[in-house]
Ligand binder design. Structure first.
Ligand SMILES: NC(=O)c1ccc[n+]([C@@H]2O[C@H](COP(=O)([O-])OP(=O)(O)OC[C@H]3O[C@@H](n4cnc5c(N)ncnc54)[C@H](O)[C@@H]3O)[C@@H](O)[C@H]2O)c1
Length: 351
């Protein structure tokens, strides 16, 4: 890991949209990335200027067109909102910039078609932070071990509401909670389980729901949207059931792999047999030291998603996680789930 001031090569970047999330989570994460912050852009120029004072006074603009006329940028970080992300991305790509954009990437899946066409060889990453959790890396690593293949099923629990009138929400291009928050657990599930071929959703009259995801690779997934659970309590949990191993991410920061013990039904006498090759392994951060691995920029995936973008933009290689085609597939799964009323809806597996 390298701090910003230590990198020899850095991307010249601008941050577009300096509202709540960019100020709280994106700008502070730049401290750990190979970037030089050249500009901030927000129609609310006062907001941009106040933030600029904290970050070495990059130039401030109220319009992206003016910024592109004046700046020579390698990349932009767009943090505005899903209705504006496609057009702002296309403008940036046409100005020759690599693009990182916050989730959700768009309001409708098809809105990403022209972004993909405009992308060419540029690097574009969507900031689905859950796919970049250190805990998610551990899950993908364990599932890469052929002893535990194949992945059989996934259970995800996440607090979020599913709209009652799915078609209406899509037709109105609404910014629903399912679009805003649902993409978090979906991105983690898809980054582990791969593309989905069909979705069936059942929901209560209050908006709690269960989405059954059929993964093209053969696994099945349940996304349990526990609208009743508030966001102020730790209630996010993922279980990945592989062959002879169960991996659990609890409250984002605790990963356990349950490998079982040598077992003879009715004859095994200890649950803790000798050795270290069986039973459960757990990883969780210590909070004693002021080091990086326990900071939310790292545990929540903000560093990971931005570092993935910077690494590929500097190397001129295509991202392996949360590319535009991945994002469009996720949006298709989102649309299928919102449209399903207990009926199976097919999803194109193309990513
Ligand atoms: N990953 C996460 O944990 C997380 C958390 C919160 C928000 N978000 C996402 O971040 C994005 C922004 O959310 P927010 O809560 O910061 O919203 P916000 O309204 O606080 O900030 C958006 C900013 O964009 C600016 N803006 C609007 N049009 C613009 C344009 N054309 N060019 C430049 N700037 C423009 C607005 O003036 C505003 O300052 C959303 O996509 C949201 O879903 C992600």
């Amino acid at each position: 890991m390298t701090y910003q001031r230590e990198f020899e090569r850095r991307l010249e970047i601008a941050v577009i949209g300096v509202g709540s999330h960019a100020y709280r989570n994106v700008l502070p994460a730049l401290h750990f990335l190979p970037v030089r912050l050249a500009a901030l852009c927000d129609p609310n120029l006062n907001l941009a200027q106040a933030a600029a004072e904290e970050y070495g006074n990059p130039r401030c603009y109220s319009s992206t067109a003016e910024m592109y006329r004046n700046e020579k940028l390698d990349g932009v970080l767009i943090c505005v909102g899903p209705s504006r992300h496609p057009e702002l991305s296309i403008e940036a790509l046409e100005a020759g910039c690599h693009v990182w954009m916050e989730k959700p990437p768009s309001v409708r899946a098809a809105d990403l078609d022209p972004v993909i066409s405009a992308c060419g060889d540029h690097v574009a990453v969507v900031g689905f932070k859950k796919a970049f959790l250190p805990a998610a890396d551990k899950v993908r690593e364990v599932l890469g071990d052929e002893r535990y293949q194949p992945l059989r099923s996934i259970l995800a629990e996440y607090p979020c509401a599913m709209p009652q009138d799915g078609k209406g929400a899509l037709d109105e291009r609404g910014y629903t909670e399912w679009l805003d928050h649902g993409c978090h657990p979906l991105s983690l599930m898809l980054s582990v389980g791969g593309p989905v071929s069909g979705v069936t959703t059942h929901k209560t009259r209050w908006g709690d729901s269960c989405c059954v995801l059929e993964f093209a690779g053969g696994a099945i997934g349940t996304l349990h949207l526990s609208h009743g659970a508030g966001l102020s309590q730790p209630c996010e949990r993922y279980s990945f059931f592989a062959s002879d191993a169960t991996i659990v991410i609890d409250n984002v920061n605790r990963v356990s792999v349950q490998r079982g013990i040598p077992f003879d039904y009715g004859r095994t006498t200890t649950f803790a047999p000798p050795g270290f090759d069986c039973g459960m392994v757990v990883w969780e951060p210590q909070y004693t030291l002021g080091t990086l691995e326990n900071k939310s920029a790292f545990t929540q995936g903000f560093y990971g998603e931005l570092n993935h973008f910077c690494t590929h933009a500097l190397a001129g290689t295509q991202p392996t996680l949360c590319s535009l085609p991945f994002a469009r597939h996720l949006m298709r799964v989102y649309e299928a789930a919102i449209m399903s009323n207990g009926e199976r809806v097919s999803v194109s597996e193309e990513t």
